[in-house]
Design a protein around this ligand. Structure first.
Ligand SMILES: Cc1cc2nc3c(=O)[nH]c(=O)nc-3n(C[C@H](O)[C@H](O)[C@H](O)COP(=O)(O)OP(=O)(O)OC[C@H]3O[C@@H](n4cnc5c(N)ncnc54)[C@H](O)[C@@H]3O)c2cc1C
Length: 413
């Protein structure tokens, strides 16, 4: 690419995350020309969730991407458990789901994204413009007709019939379009995010689990991350980190060790300064609208969720699958007006409301204390496991809306 390059395409996707790349693959496989603009280069990816639910696994498998991504390295986890000291307060066992998606998968997002890019690279109709940050929208008579981007990859103007903002929770595309992020305060959290080197691997036959510990009051997420790390996320009330850090590094470390007793020793050994941890601002929200003339928002750019329950990638992949036929129709019919693109929001909004409600319940369950939560609930949860309601809740967490299927009739290969 040279300076002042111009690319003309059918659909310009901003952001090469799970939503953007799954959508791009579905579109090129339907004969639609696609350009993806991504601000980062290979290996420069940001902190991302790694836990794939069965729903995302199944869709990626149908796209022919899952096995290659898994071959790059991943760990299967059998259960999601809420633990307080030695007591298991909540135990969600994925092994009751039908194989082959009877587990959670912890897989570095780079493995999934690189595999998607490998598949995309086979299509002449695909253009990848990485190391370019979208900084403006191209508008004609108020209609979005492309983007301007700049960065180490060189400045570029992309002209397209439709632009899809799949650029995540801080979406620039959304901001440039003047659409409010609809940030809600309910799930605002400070999350301390870091990895520890594991000192032991599970014994043969011993299941790996995604666990939330709440010994120290604030929940801590921990799971084995490929290849030999433990990913830890310590959640604190919003702005709570400032209060903890004001008391010095040793205080942060001892609070952390107290919050997650099984890893206390590793924390003391391996966390030696604040540089070893990253502070993330986590929030949830729902953009005031997801479509404008020439523009559609999907994934985190449209709706951002609390990391509790690991729903974001499932939702992002499903968004792409649902948006695919709508965009193919818009390109073929030469009509990417908001009236056409709004169909996406009409169909998807009820699912997003359902997930938000479920996450509120999950979050309440993680934080509630007292006799009911610590003594009655574990027994109730054990009895619940044998009821149809338990299976329904597990299915919803694992799959979301199962009626979202790839529009295979549109795929030309
Ligand atoms: C701490 C944390 C832990 C999480 N854990 C999990 C988990 O275990 N499981 C799960 O399912 N979800 C998890 N999530 C949520 C999950 O990561 C997101 O929901 C998911 O990645 C959303 O996918 P997306 O494609 O919409 O956006 P993203 O994955 O955010 O991708 C957006 C892309 O757009 C690019 N971009 C941004 N701005 C621009 C620009 N101006 N120009 C060009 N490109 C741009 C970014 O570089 C990025 O590649 C977690 C989130 C957080 C914060």
């Amino acid at each position: 690419m040279t300076a002042e390059d111009e690319v003309t395409t059918d659909v310009c996707v901003v952001g090469a995350g799970p939503a953007g790349l799954v959508l791009a693959l579905l579109l090129v496989r339907s004969g639609v020309r696609v350009a993806v603009v991504e601000k980062n280069g290979a290996g420069q990816r940001e902190f991302r969730g790694e836990i794939l639910q069965p729903g995302a696994m199944e869709l990626l498998d149908r796209l022919g991407v899952l096995s290659g991504a898994r071959a790059r390295g991943a760990h299967e986890h059998a259960r999601f458990r809420l633990v307080e000291h030695e007591r298991v307060l909540l135990d969600i066992d994925y092994r009751v789901l039908p194989a082959p998606y009877d587990h959670l998968l912890s897989i570095p997002q780079a493995h999934v994204l690189d595999e998607l890019l490998l598949h995309l690279g086979k299509y002449e109709d695909f253009t990848y413009l990485d190391r370019r940050r979208v900084c403006d929208l191209v508008r004609e008579d108020g209609v979005v007709r492309g983007v301007c981007a700049e960065g180490a990859g060189g400045p570029v103007v992309v002209r397209a019939r439709a632009v899809v903002g799949a650029d995540g929770r801080f979406s620039k595309t959304r901001r440039l379009a003047g659409i409010d992020a609809g940030r809600t305060e309910a799930f605002d959290l400070d999350v301390l995010w870091f990895k520890l080197r594991r000192d032991r691997s599970p014994q043969p036959g011993e299941p790996r689990d995604v666990r939330v510990f709440r010994a120290g009051g604030n929940p801590v997420l921990a799971y084995d991350s490929f290849p030999d790390r433990i990913q830890v996320g310590w959640t604190l009330p919003h702005k709570g980190y400032q209060q903890v850090v004001a008391r010095g590094f040793d205080h942060v470390r001892s609070e952390l060790a107290r919050a997650v007793p099984p890893y206390a020793e590793l924390i003391h050994e391996q966390i030696t300064s604040l540089k070893d941890v990253s502070l993330l601002d986590v929030f949830s929200g729902r953009a005031e609208r997801w479509a404008a003339d020439g523009l559609l928002l999907i994934g985190d750019a449209a709706h951002t969720h609390s990391p509790i329950g690991a729903q974001g990638i499932n939702l992002a992949v499903q968004d792409a699958v649902l948006a695919h036929p709508i965009l193919v129709g818009a390109v073929r019919g030469q009509d990417a007006s908001s009236a056409v693109l709004e169909e996406f929001e009409r169909r998807r909004a009820p699912d997003i409301r359902r997930v938000a409600r479920l996450q509120a319940v999950q979050s309440g369950a993680m934080l509630s204390t007292g006799t009911f939560a610590t003594r009655v609930r574990p027994r109730l949860a054990g009895a619940m496991r044998r009821t149809p309601l338990y299976r329904k809740v597990l299915d919803t967490i694992a799959y979301g809306n199962r009626s979202i299927r790839i529009a295979e009739h549109l795929l030309t290969d």
